[in-house]
Design a protein around this ligand. Structure first.
Ligand code: ADP
Length: 249
């Protein structure tokens, strides 16, 4: 379990607080969505959990031990991200997936690609799994790169999976498909889903609404959508936009 209490963080010694006293519990097997407008502090939470940024106030614990007491690389073995724009190495599809877990068997690689629905694409390639990708090989689309990142995350199987804006910059049909797959894949996994796209959030256990570095609301979609507040305003804008998954930026 990961616990944040009264956490404050900023990017410079005199800068404004990017996070200004937040409490968050990430319990085993639960999915929490962190939502809010651009600049609210969502990615800063991910940066702290992945130990790219140290918090300046409050406490962050991983299994009841202070997160800063762990070596960053050890933390990243337990808390895993699924980056928006994952790095694609100049190598084959297989090697690009295998780096998430070098001892994975071919069957495990195949299973993770299947779960992430990357398998039809791999099988359509001229040399299948051995096809070179990256700058000297087949170029991958945005959606394929996200699915590779998801397959890597499934293969690495971290104790806490952080998905930071997993569907950003995809067109609406691709976004809807990937959202459905993410929700299916993360069921039963401890997950922090960071998003400004409110699609599918009725499936998560808790939604935490951030604004200007503070938590302004928390609850389920069902409850929040009935309450006066930022979540309902964001939801209304989204409904009014008419197209599922229109970004709220
Ligand atoms: P969100 O993910 O909700 O869009 P961020 O966590 O990226 O929000 O940003 C929170 C605040 O921190 C914003 O005011 C943003 O400008 C600031 N910020 C984010 N990253 C940096 C950075 N690398 N350097 C300085 N300020 C940053």
């Amino acid at each position: 379990g990961v616990r944040l209490r009264d956490v404050r963080a900023r990017y410079g010694p005199d800068g404004p607080w990017a996070l200004d006293g937040i409490d968050l519990d990430l319990e085993p097997g639960r999915r929490v969505a962190l939502v809010g407008p651009s600049g609210a502090g969502k990615s800063t939470v991910a940066a702290i959990l992945l130990r790219f940024l140290d918090h300046q106030g409050g406490t962050v614990t991983l299994n009841d031990r202070d997160l800063t007491a762990y070596v960053p690389d050890d933390v990243r073995r337990v808390i895993g991200g699924c980056p928006q724009d994952p790095h694609i190495f100049d190598s084959t599809v297989k090697e690009n997936l295998r780096l998430a877990r070098p001892d994975a068997s071919d069957a495990e690689l195949r299973a993770s690609a299947d779960v992430a629905r990357l398998l039809p694409w791999i099988e359509s390639l001229p040399q299948g799994w051995d096809t070179p990708v990256g700058s000297h090989g087949v170029q991958m689309s945005g959606g394929e790169r996200r699915r590779l990142a998801l397959a890597r995350a499934v293969l690495a199987d971290p104790g806490l999976l952080i998905l930071d804006e997993p569907t950003a910059h995809l067109d609406p049909p691709a976004r809807a498909e990937l959202t459905a797959d993410l929700l299916r894949v993360t069921r039963g996994r401890t997950t922090l889903l960071i998003t400004h796209d409110l699609a599918g959030l009725d499936a998560v256990d808790e939604i935490v609404v951030l604004d200007h570095g503070r938590i302004v609301q928390r609850g389920t979609h069902e409850v929040l959508v009935r309450q006066e507040g930022l979540y309902r305003r964001l939801w209304t804008v989204r409904q009014g936009a008419g197209t599922a998954g229109v970004p709220l930026r």
